[in-house]
Design a protein around this ligand. Structure first.
Ligand code: NAP
Length: 475
């Protein structure tokens, strides 16, 4: 048998998930020169790019253009995508281990954190992640409905997802029309009666998690007054002292922009974004549907690690609102057969090497990258060094990776298995066809793309093209 990683016996790596962290892991593997590698990337959806397609806001087309980098990676002959193939369902964990020398989990953080307050599940209270996936045409969420006939909405959390949700709710039809927002979402938002959007932060303006461009964008929306509560928006003595002791350029920039909003009198615009700080929701109330949110006023206190944390006072207020988006972070979901840390919502790992919680030793040949490795934080670019770190571990381990049955260690063997299990799986070439069709379909409506939101339509389009049949028109 030739040596693993030689041209004759390339290192076969499966990457589970086709978002940024998966692509950066593929790139790092393809760039290293020690071993010959072949990479098969799997995704349960027929479309690649993970949160770049299903998470990044549609009005951030420039951020989405990072997919050009991923297309270049995918053009390497040692890379293949198998879309519409689900780990643990179409191919089991054990089967993956028998076909690949190594597996890299790049599955992201697929669900939302819970507030744990009464009324959280009332109709009209939604995870922001669901709204985001809905307006981005994610097939699992396309059927959802949001009651946009309400005039007041609460968005809980002060991160970039909360900003995205507030901005999309506050945007004009004309501005959204220029984006690749799902057609059904565009039409629903056109009829929206939402006028007041309350962004609720549990800590102060200096502790907000959103980044400066996102904060500035609120002020650039055409028909929106951004209103900052003068008391809550003013720096408290603890935050002031903390910033003096340890300068924080992000917080300083945000404070400057917030101060600008605070100074600017409202101009009677169509919609209002109210930026509230130092308030925590304690209950969502309503008779069969969200009607109000009860908030407790917080003050900041210094925790033992030096950070400023919120502490509830005994001052309450009730805000009448008809819709709630809970935007307090994403959390990972366990994969069948793969170790999982329930509390942190990640695969336990050491620099990307998956760790067996029982023995505290690495699980041979299994690795993690991205949000399922480090938690749901950072921007797209954060995944590049993160994936590189994991790939460095994999390359270090390569001499000790287990040999697998040579008859299974080939792309042809995997394709034979897929043709039997999931004959309608999607390759990168198939995806490029879908990509082209989405753009073509968008042209007729003067939109950058008209996204498919149904898996059966995607599969049908691919199959018709394989049979060279005319395509069914999109509904
Ligand atoms: P995030 O940045 O972690 O923000 C979560 C927010 O929820 C924080 O303000 C947090 O407040 C608050 N929170 C947590 N638990 C809470 C509770 N029980 N009650 C009230 N508030 C609570 O999460 P995210 O917005 O989901 O974003 C995830 C990652 O994606 C971030 O790294 C983000 O920058 C990135 N992202 C980037 C972009 C972009 O670049 N445009 C767009 C979207 C997302 P505390 O700080 O007090 O904990």
């Amino acid at each position: 048998m030739t040596e693993l990683g030689s041209e004759g016996t390339p290192l076969r790596v499966a990457i589970i998930g086709s978002g940024p962290s998966g692509f950066y892991a593929a790139d790092a593997l393809l760039r290293q020169t020690t071993y010959a590698v072949e990479i098969d990337m799997f995704d349960r959806l027929p479309t690649p790019y993970g949160l770049v397609r299903g998470g990044v806001a549609p009005d951030h087309q420039k951020i989405k253009s990072v997919t050009k980098v991923y297309d270049k990676i995918a053009s390497n002959s040692n890379f293949q995508l198998y879309g519409y193939v689900e780990f643990g369902k179409d191919i089991s964990h054990d089967e993956f281990k028998s076909y690949y020398h190594a597996i890299i989990y790049a599955v992201g953080a697929q669900t939302d954190r819970r507030l744990g307050i009464p009324g959280e599940d009332l109709p009209g209270s939604h995870a922001a992640t669901e709204f985001v996936a809905w307006y981005n045409a994610h097939p699992d969420y396309a059927h959802l409905q949001f009651d946009l006939s309400q005039d007041a909405v609460a968005v809980i959390g002060n991160g970039n997802v909360a900003m995205d949700v507030a901005r999309i709710l506050a945007s004009n039809y004309e501005d959204l029309h220029k984006t690749d927002i799902a057609q059904y979402a565009l039409e629903a938002l056109k009829e929206s009666k939402v006028r007041d959007i309350y962004l609720l932060g549990r800590r102060g303006p200096a502790q907000a998690a959103y980044t400066n461009p996102e904060l500035k964008e609120l002020g650039e929306l055409g028909d929106v007054d951004v209103i900052v509560d003068p008391v809550e928006g003013t720096l408290d003595p603890l935050s002031k002292a903390a910033l003096e002791a340890t300068p924080d350029p992000l917080a300083e920039k945000n404070l400057k922009v917030l101060n600008g909003y605070l100074q600017k009198p409202p101009e009677g615009k169509l919609r209002r974004i109210h930026m509230r700080f130092l308030v925590s929701p304690v209950e969502i109330t309503g008779d069969g549907h969200v009607q109000a949110i009860k908030l407790v006023k917080n003050e900041l206190q210094q925790a033992s690690d030096g950070t400023l944390r919120p502490r509830a006072t005994n001052v309450y207020e009730t805000l009448p609102i008809g819709l709630v988006f809970r935007s307090i972070g994403y959390i990972g979901v366990a994969l069948p057969g793969v170790p999982f840390d329930e509390k942190a919502g990640v695969i336990p790992n050491d620099m990307g090497r998956v760790i067996d919680p029982a023995t505290k030793t690495p699980v041979v040949g299994e690795y993690a990258v991205g949000w399922i490795k480090r938690g749901a934080n950072g921007v797209i670019g954060t995944n590049k060094p993160d994936s590189q770190e994991t790939v460095n571990m994999l390359i270090q381990d390569a001499p000790n990776l287990p040999q697998i049955d040579p008859s299974k260690a080939t792309r042809a063997a995997v394709e034979a298995l897929l043709n039997e299990r999931k004959p309608n799986h999607i390759t990168y070439t198939d995806w490029q066809l879908l990509d082209m069709l989405e753009m073509q379909n968008g042209q007729s409506l003067d939109r950058p793309r008209l996204k498919y939101s149904r898996i059966d339509e995607m599969i049908d389009a691919v199959e018709r093209s394989r049979r060279a049949q005319p395509l069914a028109p999109l509904p």
